[in-house]
Design a protein around this ligand. Structure first.
Ligand code: SAH
Length: 380
């Protein structure tokens, strides 16, 4: 793991300052994209941010049951599709590869699934690609040609064919624009240089006229919001959801999307920076903190529907995992655990499903081919 801030702390701040001097303030979406994905100094490009020693942790790192249940969900969806072979098992933003490893282990019990599945990881970070390769070494044995996973920069690059798509805490890392209600319409919140900063560059928020296509993204029901209201919108999230929907409609498939977020679309700022498990200022230390925004699940569902898929949910993570059998899986694991392992297993599952932990804030959206009925975890 690359130590936090290794390389050239402040280098991205200097480059962003030059960019703003030359071309004017950046949209919040461009700021977020640069901070997370800059090829040289982006947050994800330079480090593995997960785990206790990193900046944040995620469901698959908390409990093995998460990836196991998602793996079994895939087997169930694949069976409902008529068990096509080959089937592309795709994960968006796989982090350390833990979810996929647990999913493949759980799926081993299903005759034929691993033999039919080829694993595709959509990941931009070279550091995390290496980490995923280590985690998954040997995990795909049984897949066609015992194949190693294939890596891709974008979902569009995954070859065609029936797909099963998993995404946990992927969409929250995609850039959002922020729109602010002003007299007579909506303005875009942008990032400008703070002239007070001598020495290291400092940044501040400002307002700029919102381009028409962006302002049109505010849903009709929210257009009359009071002055000062803020609306976040992510064309990037919408484009990925549309591409998943398009693939499902054309080639058959199913997808499970898990993230923190809301439906219906609503007002309010959710963009946040996190560093060493604590909130941090969004404009300080670009490239050194994780930046995320809550996911608008209504937009994801509508984008996938408009491309020809059927959407179910979002349900809360707690409800969906309980319906998928997380309590029964926990009991089975406890039967083989020593006292210390048992305590970890119980607290991990609690974190995933308790209302006051991740159970309510996190939502799960399922996408399928129309007419198949509700997938596992989404029974009416
Ligand atoms: N799903 C993992 C990791 C979540 S962190 C888990 O649950 O632990 C977000 C992941 O998405 C990281 O792997 C990050 O490198 C990847 N990522 C972020 N932006 C991306 C993009 N635009 N394209 C592909 N992957 C991206």
């Amino acid at each position: 793991m690359t130590p936090r801030g290794a390389g050239s702390p402040g280098a991205l701040a200097v480059r962003l300052a030059h960019r703003i001097e030359a071309g004017g303030p950046l949209s919040v979406a461009d700021w977020m994209a640069a901070c997370l994905g800059d090829r040289e100094h982006g947050y994800y490009v330079t480090r593995d941010p997960l785990g206790a020693a990193g900046d944040f942790t995620t469901a698959p790192e908390i409990s093995q049951t998460f990836g196991e249940l998602l793996g079994l969900w895939c087997v169930h969806a694949w069976t409902a599709m008529g068990a096509p072979a080959p089937v592309r098992l795709v994960e968006l933003g796989p982090g350390r590869g833990t979810l996929m490893k647990d999913a493949l282990r759980a799926a081993r019990g299903a005759p034929g699934f691993l033999a039919a599945a080829s694993v595709h990881l959509v990941e931009t970070s070279p550091v995390l690609r290496r980490r995923q390769a280590e985690t998954l070494a040997g995990a795909t044995t049984g897949a066609p040609t015992g194949a190693a996973p294939a890596w891709h920069g974008r979902l569009e690059d995954v070859p065609d064919g029936p797909v099963l798509v998993l995404a946990n805490e992927f969409f929250d890392a995609l850039p959002v624009h922020q729109l602010v209600r002003v007299p007579g319409g909506w303005a875009e919140r942008v990032v400008a240089l703070d002239p007070a900063g001598a020495g290291a560059p400092r940044f501040r928020f400002a307002l700029a006229p919102a381009p028409d296509p962006l302002a049109a993204r505010v849903p009709p029901l929210l257009r009359g919001a009071p002055a000062g209201s803020l609306f976040e919108t992510s064309p990037a999230c919408e484009a990925v959801a549309r591409e998943i929907g398009r693939r499902i409609a054309r080639n058959d498939g199913a997808a499970l999307i898990v993230d923190y977020g809301h439906a219906p679309s609503g007002l309010g700022e959710t963009l946040q920076a996190v560093r060493a498990h604590r909130p941090a200022p969004v404009l300080d230390a670009p490239g050194e903190a994780d930046l995320t925004a809550h996911v608008d699940f209504q937009v994801l569902a509508e984008a996938a529907r408009s491309a020809g898929a059927e959407a179910f949910g979002p349900g809360t993570q707690g409800d969906v995992l309980v319906r998928l059998g997380i309590r029964e899986r926990l009991q089975a694991l406890l039967a083989r655990a020593d006292a210390r392992q048992a305590a970890d297993l119980v607290s991990g599952v609690r974190r995933l499903i308790a209302d006051e932990e991740m159970g309510k804030l996190f939502k799960v959206l399922a996408l399928t081919r129309p007419g198949r009925g509700a997938p596992a975890g989404f029974a009416p």
